[in-house]
Write a protein that binds this ligand. Structure first.
Ligand code: PMP
Length: 454
């Protein structure tokens, strides 16, 4: 807690004694640099974090694309405390607890186009992705098409860090360092500087890139393909917004060939685009939706997979035919944890009562205006936005890609603004409670700092 963080900094200001920081191997972080000048937070409220020294840090990232209702919402933290006092833990293997059923009911009721009738619970986005891929394979097997095993992802896709997710994901470093599942292939990504630079919202150009799925069908045989997984808007790799008509085209080709379409809505779910889900925003119904992050306002780790009507039924019917008991051999000890369900139920109440998704839709044009004010900045090579997410690509410093990005992050943090840099791309995803002045402070701090260092 906060006291530990004070301890880590004891006597040294920002330069903590190395042995107190060293044992923590931080994920996705430039550890060597961080540990020279750590950036720590010890408290949070609304749009802000608080440093161990008591300074306020304006959060432009909703933590990590996840604290959509803003920090330390009382209704949510109270619900977690009450749930913890009542029952520490219940599995959902063979027995379960009421909150898990309530949450599944609510999620399916709010799911896009009234088309989803079951929810499977996980603890993270990575687990949701691997669960969805396994559901897709199990579905085809149950339907008498066990040869459908190939999974199609997309270049520059991010689907978490488990082996299924990195296989369908399109991040080159993952494929080089680790390995991947057999039987995967990838669509091209949709970002094209020649035709789309500085697009506001959805680019006009690029719907035809979905037709590459026809090429993969011809190459592998459509009857071997189980599923296509895409982020409706690619988040972590730099807010790549789908061209107009692209997702519709993917849906058509999947329908034509009996391929399941999975939307990874770990970021876009729960209001990020100004609607409950991206599927609703784009008017496209996938077969599976992966969720995490905003489902519980990130107050307790949680994820889920929403299943379109017919998927669960196919597995039940097959088990009945086979005379089997357990229909799906998959699950996590902590899936549907009572604390996570309590947090998620309270979070959904907050979203609804404060009409936060509509609020995000109303604020999106302000974010668009502010980020596109960087279009003519000499250090900027592209700017993209949709809903309450945006990215600004910086021209990297020669030598070490990502170094300019880290320097910008570090300086903004010291000035009281948390900005996320993915390499040399600034990513913005503020809590949906953000007001104009918050967004103005964020972009003004970025501009000032960029002008200082670039
Ligand atoms: N899918 C997408 C689209 C994501 O953005 C992320 C996380 N940024 C994940 C999966 C993985 O989620 P987690 O880190 O909770 O495993």
């Amino acid at each position: 807690g906060a006291d530990d963080m004070h301890g880590a900094n004891e006597g040294g200001g920002v330069h903590a004694a190395p042995n107190t920081l060293e044992p923590y191997w931080m994920p996705f972080t430039w550890n060597r640099r961080f540990k020279q000048a750590p950036k720590l937070v010890a408290g949070a409220d609304g749009m802000h974090y608080r440093t161990p020294e008591g300074g306020a840090v304006l959060d432009s990232m909703a933590g990590l694309w996840c604290v959509n209702a803003g920090h330390n919402r009382e209704r949510i933290t109270t619900a977690i405390q009450q749930a913890a006092a009542e029952m520490d833990y219940a599995a959902s293997f063979q027995y379960s607890h009421p909150a898990a059923f309530q949450l599944a009911n609510q999620l399916t009721a709010m799911a896009p186009h009234g088309a989803f009738d079951h929810a499977f619970f996980t603890n993270s986005g990575s687990e949701s992705v691997d669960s969805a891929l396994k559901i897709a394979l199990a579905y085809h097997r149950a339907n008498g098409e066990p040869q459908r095993r190939r999974l199609i992802g997309r270049e520059r896709g991010y689907h978490g860090v488990n082996f299924g997710g990195i296989s369908v994901g399109g991040i080159v470093n993952n494929r080089r360092t680790f390995t991947q599942l057999p039987d995967v292939d990838h669509l091209p990504h949709t970002h094209d500087l020649e035709h789309q630079a500085f697009s506001r919202g959805q680019p006009e150009w690029g719907a035809h890139l979905a037709d590459d799925l026809e090429r993969l069908c011809a190459l592998h045989g459509p009857e071997t393909i189980a599923a296509v997984i895409v982020e409706p808007v690619a988040g972590s790799t730099g807010v790549l917004v789908p061209p107009k008509g692209y997702l519709q085209r993917l849906r058509e080709i999947c329908d034509k060939h009996g391929i399941l379409l999975i939307f990874d809505e770990v970021i876009t779910g729960f209001g990020r685009l100004g609607s409950s889900f991206a599927a609703e925003h784009f008017g496209v119904t996938p077969d599976l939706i992966t969720l995490a992050k905003g489902i519980s306002n990130a107050a307790v780790p949680m994820g889920a997979v929403l299943c379109r009507q017919g998927i669960y039924d196919a597995l039940m019917a097959d088990a009945e035919r086979q005379g089997g008991t357990i229909e799906f051999f998959h699950g996590y000890t902590f899936g549907g944890h009572p604390l996570a369900c309590a947090a998620a139920l309270a979070t959904l109440e907050v979203y609804k009562e404060e009409d936060l998704f509509a609020r995000a839709a109303a604020m999106a044009p302000v974010l668009e205006e502010l980020v596109h004010a960087f279009d003519d900045h000499p250090r900027v090579s592209d700017v993209r936005n949709l809903g309450m997410m945006a990215a600004i690509d910086l021209k990297p410093w020669p030598g070490r890609p990502g170094e300019l990005g880290y320097e910008l992050f570090a300086r903004c943090f010291d000035k009281g603004v948390l900005v996320r840099l993915a390499g040399d791309t600034i990513e913005l995803s503020p809590p949906l409670i953000a007001e104009r002045h918050h967004l103005e402070t964020i972009t003004a701090t970025i501009r000032e700092t960029l002008d200082e260092i670039a």
